[in-house]
Design a protein around this ligand. Structure first.
Ligand SMILES: Cc1cc2nc3c(=O)[nH]c(=O)nc-3n(C[C@H](O)[C@H](O)[C@H](O)COP(=O)(O)OP(=O)(O)OC[C@H]3O[C@@H](n4cnc5c(N)ncnc54)[C@H](O)[C@@H]3O)c2cc1C
Length: 407
């Protein structure tokens, strides 16, 4: 049987390109199928990348890649009712994350891949996939391709895995991400940047928001659990608008985009490999949102690198059912280890009170602790119990939920 390549990679985003670069360096022939006119044309991201995985792919990436700003200042804001908010900030000593603009970044990565010899076929839409005895046939708008191994890097829709019946999309395991790029130049030095993580400005929806500083613009956006949109009184197209207005940001909108985000959690990821098939990045469900970080990009690059290396081992065995090799390698990597660590926060962040009642209780408690009237101070524990009661919150459960974010 003759094949079109050792591996066909579905999707030319971060995961697909990282897999292609690695597999190509390992000596495998690789074709990337990308539906967009260029890599990045269909990608959406709030644009803060933890760069450890990128540096693994290119040790000199920080000098060469089109990064916007290092995140040197981290700000966490919890909004309560009546304009009250709790804010805390700190300065990073090391530059472990940078803001990026995906259209620019993905094009750069694709160019790097092509310079190393990777073949990328643009405007190639995967319309179906079927399994033959020892290989997979991918159907596209440009014709069919056959390969003994397919890496599905097609993002949240996981096109090949869906067509092969390995993965399906379920609303309860999805988040909606909506992002805008605003024409507002940050008034801070070029070598500094800020990431704001914001809770409590999207009504009773389960989710949060962010504001990141780019070189000359701001990226703002919200991420919301899809199931919480069902009973929402706020139309989904208005959520980011209201969020922007609440923050008092009024620049021109240069870019608007909405995208689904996987929210499976470690225990619900499901299959990440099958005979002749490996899933990477969003297609596999690799995303961490633990209340402190949104991470999908480093997991996409990391899983792509591992997939490329696993593909080499699988080819050497000449047994394309042995995709478990990928899973074994992944288990030893930060990808699955960090997904596992974040498991508790996934369950905490599924609780509605975390987004609605807890911020109010915390704000009210702090408000009282910082107030002196001369009428005699209550003990902090009594203030906590009173404020929890007035919001109908079980204090023990609240404390245990908050602890679960840390343990
Ligand atoms: C609003 C928002 C904010 C986010 N913020 C952050 C953040 O700050 N930090 C972070 O680390 N992560 C963030 N993420 C998550 C991050 O963007 C993703 O985890 C990451 O992009 C996954 O990369 P990927 O390569 O797996 O998938 P994608 O980037 O989705 O790439 C998939 C590629 O496959 C192509 N494709 C899809 N279907 C087909 C088909 N049928 N045929 C051919 N090609 C196809 C697409 O065109 C695309 O190029 C955010 C996501 C959203 C939506």
């Amino acid at each position: 049987m003759s094949f079109d390549a050792d591996i066909v990679i579905a999707g030319g985003g971060l995961a697909g390109l990282s897999a292609a670069i690695t597999a190509n360096r390992e000596g495998l022939s690789t074709i990337v199928l990308e539906r967009g006119e260029y890599s990045g044309s269909k990608n959406v991201s709030g644009g803060r990348m933890y760069v450890h995985a990128l540096s693994q792919l290119f040790p000199d990436a920080l000098e060469r890649a089109p990064l916007e700003r290092p995140v040197t200042k981290e700000t966490y804001e919890i909004y309560c009712e009546e304009g009250k908010k709790i804010t805390f900030s700190f300065q990073h000593k090391t530059k472990n994350s940078y803001t990026i603009l995906r259209a620019k970044f993905d094009q750069w990565l694709a160019k790097e891949a092509e310079n190393e010899g990777v073949l990328i076929s643009y405007t190639t839409l995967i319309t179906n996939a079927r399994r033959e005895k020892d290989y997979v046939v991918i159907e596209t708008n440009r014709g069919e391709l056959k390969a003994p191994l397919v890496i599905d890097a097609g993002g949240i829709t996981a096109p090949v895995s869906r067509f092969l019946g390995v993965k399906k999309l379920e609303p309860k395991t999805l988040m909606l991400g909506v992002k805008e790029v605003l024409d507002i130049k940050p008034e801070i030095p070029e070598n500094e940047g800020e990431a704001r993580t914001i809770m409590g400005l999207i009504g009773n929806l389960k989710g949060g928001g962010f504001v990141y500083t780019n070189k000359d613009t701001l990226s703002i956006g919200v991420t919301i659990k899809v199931e919480s949109l069902y009973n929402s009184s706020i139309p989904s197209h208005e959520i980011v608008e209201r969020f922007r207005e609440s923050l008092g940001l009024s620049g021109n909108i240069l870019e608007y985009s909405a995208h689904l985000i996987p929210y499976y959690g470690y225990d619900k990821i499901g299959k990440i490999h099958d005979k002749n098939l490996i899933l990477v990045g969003d297609a596999a469900g690799f995303l961490i949102n633990d209340g402190f970080n949104i991470r999908g990009m480093d997991l996409a690059i990391g899983s792509g690198i591992i997939a490329g290396k696993a593909a080499k081992k699988i080819k050497e065995l000449n047994d394309y059912s042995r995709t478990d090799i990928y899973y074994e390698m992944l288990k030893e990597s930060f990808v699955l280890k960090d997904m596992k660590t974040a498991l508790r926060s996934f369950s905490v962040l599924s609780e509605e009170e975390v987004f609605t009642k807890y911020p109010k209780v915390i704000c009210n408690v702090l408000g009282k602790l910082f107030t002196v009237t001369g009428d005699g101070k209550e003990r902090p524990i009594n203030v906590l119990l009173q404020e929890s009661k007035s919001e109908n919150v079980n204090t023990t459960k609240m404390l245990s939920d908050l602890m679960r974010l840390f343990i």
